[in-house]
Design a protein around this ligand. Structure first.
Ligand code: DPP
Ligand code: ZN
Length: 876
């Protein structure tokens, strides 16, 4: 396939100043008329051919300035419209009519129908499935959009911007005209038409401008949008307070649709959301759902400035808007919730998704230099690592200079299609700091490793750190340069207080951060009266792995005493990881794993420590996942042995602490009205974490069955159901609960996704047949991304023993399913296929089975560009 390279970028020959679109909507035959005001750039020679992008388009007619074009003057294929000799005058209007079939568009890109509602998805290259266009982010145009449809089936007609006209037409039809005064790239275009319910509200900006807010959902579900509306208003306020950024149109609309490839889309003034990230109430959504809704509503809203007002020059710059906007939504959630707890959750996600990506065949820089299929670069490297890079800029500059840089970025680039270089430059300018070495974080793939050895000299009262950084080779990048790694740290004295070193040498140490810039540093801290314990990479100030010999005693001390809550969690998680890796080796060697008493006791202490917030205690007690353990082991992975090792540790903790856990569990009152706030969610999280331990300790399903029956909210109900299904499959109450859940929620697909996911993640070799059977369930459909992710996605990425089976049956089923999905929705198929990216670290038997399954896909006919790109890179 074609490879796109960053160095090939050049501006377009023509610009499109205005875009007038007219949609006559009909399920099988929608007619789109596009009138494009085209200007030849002064630097473009007259007569330079004009080539517009298309994708599966049917061209009906082409006119220039009201004259239809003779056949010889242009060439229209489904993929392209070429005007061989455009008019030589500087400006002309091109009128193009295309015909679409939204009802048969299963790719969910361009214009399609979701449960009878017309909607669009244009990022990154969906607009070219609607009309021929210069479909790239640096072509900014002012859009006026007229939508016409039958009033009965589509009473709601929406597009970007403000509505400027509407009216009735003959034959039961009506129309609306929307105008967006802000020039925007085509990927931000959106249209929605259908019969939808609406939740209405308003927001007055800090300068007194009233904005009408609307959230459109399926009729009858309006009340399930109240949390999303609340999150939207809090986001609007937060962006004013923290960044001084106000909303800029009279209307802000959000539409929830049930068929959507992404989480949501930030189209100007008309965000379109996967309904999973809008709809929530206590009986249908978990606390995790509420938190995701808050984060994604904020994320898309924040794009209005970081993404829309300032967009990307080309898709290589995707992290310019995504990394920055993820950073902004993380900070928003941290301000709304508990900062430490939020940070721990972010780091867990980063390690679970981005680290394996960076360590495997799909590794790429935060700003890639080449791609074959841009759809495959909406990755956790671009998003999550991209956010970490912005966080490091703030760490290096400090919050005030960071904000100054952001102000300058907005002021200088408002209305631009910008680059990462533009972004870095503003921070260099405001701070006078040279960020050229730092910018390697955008250009160099791979997770840096920092090896540290610490020594203390009591005679000299000196604490010394020998630090060495290395960046592992990644595909097509073998030689790496040393990076600027800001490591936040603390030196902790015997009483648990931080020691302030009086002097240092060997590296820049400022504001509690060691700035590592060379391959090797030796850092001396002078005037240290007794041996301190090092707390390193506090708050995960840099997205690196740390290799350091630290005694279990020191780690236990940190887990108990670090003044940094994140540091306490990190120490405990390191101890768990080490214990689990050892247990894994014991299991592989046919031995029974044994665990350190101190660690088991520490878990009990943390559970009981009421000075700590419940959400933190819940996170601290959550053992690393099987996938986390696999990543830490790194090679020759045997998922069955990992499962046994992890269960053994769980059992050991449960058995020794059963009494204490039961006391805490029983004392936590579940009564009272449901509240979705972080504190209440934290209580539920701790209680449900303890429920799992207690069920293991009891060895029976009593507690889980009781909770399943009595729970009045989905968080507690689904937690109990998962324990019943995962631990007590042979108990009749497990089957009964699954059947009960289906009876109660069978008509609510979003809730049923939890039911699919819980069953897809039941460990053990029976999983493949169970998941196969569930694909035939009446509520399941391979064409709905949420259903597919709930069943096939969870199975392949969250069920290590069920998926990675020695006989390869899990992989074969997965390959067949992906090929099936690929026929309708290549983007979804490609995304799922990334679950195989770590196949090379499996033990030999599974590795060979995985290779065979990947080869089945690679050698199939008619595989999409999306899927082919992922599979070929995975096998390379
Ligand atoms: N909708 C996706 C996001 O907001 C892509 N822009 O991240
Ligand atoms: Zn985004």
């Amino acid at each position: 396939g074609q490879v796109f390279r960053i160095e090939d970028y050049r501006p377009t020959d023509y610009i499109i100043s205005h875009t007038r679109l007219d949609f006559i909507l009909s399920p099988h035959e929608t007619v789109v008329t596009a009138e494009l005001d085209i200007q030849r750039r002064a630097s473009t020679p007259a007569g330079t051919p004009l080539v517009l992008d298309g994708d599966e388009l049917e061209c009906v007619s082409v006119e220039i300035d009201g004259e239809s074009l003779p056949e010889a003057a242009f060439e229209a294929t489904p993929q392209k419209l070429t005007l061989h000799e455009p008019p030589s005058k500087a400006k002309f209007t091109l009128r193009i009519v295309t015909r679409l079939d939204p009802s048969s568009n299963s790719t969910l890109m361009g214009l399609y129908l979701s449960s009878g509602v017309y909607c669009t998805q244009c990022e990154p290259e969906g607009f070219r499935r609607i009309t021929y266009f210069l479909d790239r982010p640096d072509v900014l145009s002012i859009y006026t959009v007229r939508v016409e449809a039958p009033e009965q089936t589509a009473p709601v007609l929406l597009a970007n911007g403000n509505m400027i006209e509407s009216g009735k037409l003959d034959g039961g039809k009506h129309y609306a005209v929307w105008h967006d005064p802000f020039p925007k790239p085509s990927y931000l275009f959106a249209l929605v038409a259908g019969d939808l319910g609406m939740l209405r509200d308003e927001f007055v900006t800090s300068s007194g401008h009233k904005v009408d807010l609307g959230i459109y959902v399926e009729h009858g579900k309006e009340s399930r949008a109240t949390y999303a509306m609340d999150a939207l208003k809090r986001s609007m306020k937060w962006d004013e307070e923290v960044y001084g950024l106000e909303y800029d149109l009279d209307v802000f609309n959000i539409v929830a649709v049930s068929d959507f490839n992404m989480g949501a889309m930030e189209n100007k003034g008309l965000n379109i959301f996967n309904d999973k990230y809008v709809l929530a109430d206590e009986t249908t959504a978990t606390d995790a759902d509420f938190a995701n809704i808050e984060a994604i509503i904020a994320h898309e809203y924040f794009h209005n400035w970081t993404g829309n007002r300032i967009t990307c020059r080309d898709w290589f710059q995707l992290c310019l808007k995504e990394g920055l906007t993820v950073f902004r939504d993380h900070e928003f959630s941290a301000d709304q919730r508990s900062r430490a707890v939020k940070r721990i959750a972010e780091v867990r996600t980063l390690r679970a998704h981005q680290f394996p990506e960076d360590q495997g065949p799909l590794a790429h820089p935060v700003r890639p230099r080449r791609y074959r299929e841009i759809n495959n670069f909406y990755t956790s490297t671009v998003y999550e690592k991209g956010s970490e890079v912005v966080r490091m800029i703030r760490t290096i500059l400090g919050p005030d200079k960071f904000r100054e840089g952001m102000d300058l970025y907005i002021q200088r680039h408002d209305g631009d299609a910008a680059t990462i270089e533009d972004f870095i430059k503003v921070f260099e300018e405001v701070s006078g700091t040279d960020l050229s070495q730092f910018s390697l974080w955008y250009h160099q793939a791979g997770t840096p490793n920092v090896a540290i050895s610490a020594s203390y000299d009591p005679a000299k009262q000196t604490f010394t750190l020998d630090i060495e950084q290395s960046v592992p080779p990644t595909p097509s990048e073998t030689r790496k340069r040393p990076m600027h790694i800001p490591l936040a740290f603390g030196l902790i004295g015997p009483d648990g207080g931080d020691i302030k070193p009086s002097a240092t040498d060997g590296a820049t140490v400022a504001n509690g951060v060691i700035h590592i810039k060379k391959r090797k540093h030796t850092v001396h801290f002078h005037g240290i009266a007794s041996r301190p314990v090092l707390s390193i990479n506090r708050g995960f100030s840099a997205p690196v792995t740390i290799a350091m010999e630290q005694s279990a005693e020191d780690l236990l001390f940190l887990a108990r005493k670090d003044s940094d809550l994140f540091g306490r969690w990190q120490a405990l998680s390191l101890l768990f990881t080490e214990a689990l890796v050892q247990a894994f080796r014991a299991v592989r060697g046919q031995k029974t794993p044994v665990f350190d008493e101190g660690l088991i006791r520490a878990a009990g202490e943390i559970a009981a420590d009421t000075a700590l917030e419940p959400a933190f205690r819940a996170l601290a007690l959550t053992l690393p996942s099987e996938a986390d353990i696999a990543r830490d082991i790194g090679a020759n992975i045997d998922p069955a042995a990992i499962h046994i090792a992890r269960e053994a540790l769980l059992k050991a903790i449960a058995a020794s602490n059963a009494e204490g856990f039961a006391e805490i569990f029983d004392a936590m009152n579940l009564e009272g009205p449901f509240r979705p706030d972080a504190d209440s969610a934290g209580q539920r999280a701790l209680r449900n974490t303890l429920l799992d331990y207690l069920s293991v300790a009891d060895g029976n399903a009593d507690r889980a069955a009781t909770q399943y029956r009595t729970a009045s909210n989905m968080t507690d109900k689904s937690a109990a159901l998962a324990i019943l299904a995962h631990r007590f499959a042979e108990d009749q109450r497990s089957a009964d609960a699954l059947a009960d859940f289906e009876r109660k929620f069978g008509s609510d697909p979003l809730v049923m996704d939890k039911w699919y996911q819980i069953q897809a993640t039941i460990p053990g070799t029976a999983a493949v047949d169970r998941v196969k059977a569930l694909t035939q369930h009446k509520g399941f459909s391979l064409s709905n991304p949420n259903r597919v992710r709930a069943l096939i996605g969870s199975y392949s990425s969250m069920n290590q023993t069920g998926f990675h089976q020695e006989d390869g049956s899990g992989y074969r089923f997965f390959a067949e399913t992906i090929l099936q999905i690929d026929k309708g929705n290549p983007q979804l198929a490609a995304r799922l296929a990334t679950a195989m990216r770590s196949w090379r670290s499996l033990e030999p038997v599974r590795r060979e089975a995985a290779r065979e399954a990947l080869t089945i896909i690679a050698t199939s006919k008619n595989v999409s560009t999306d899927l082919r790109d992922i599979i070929e890179r995975t096998l390379a």
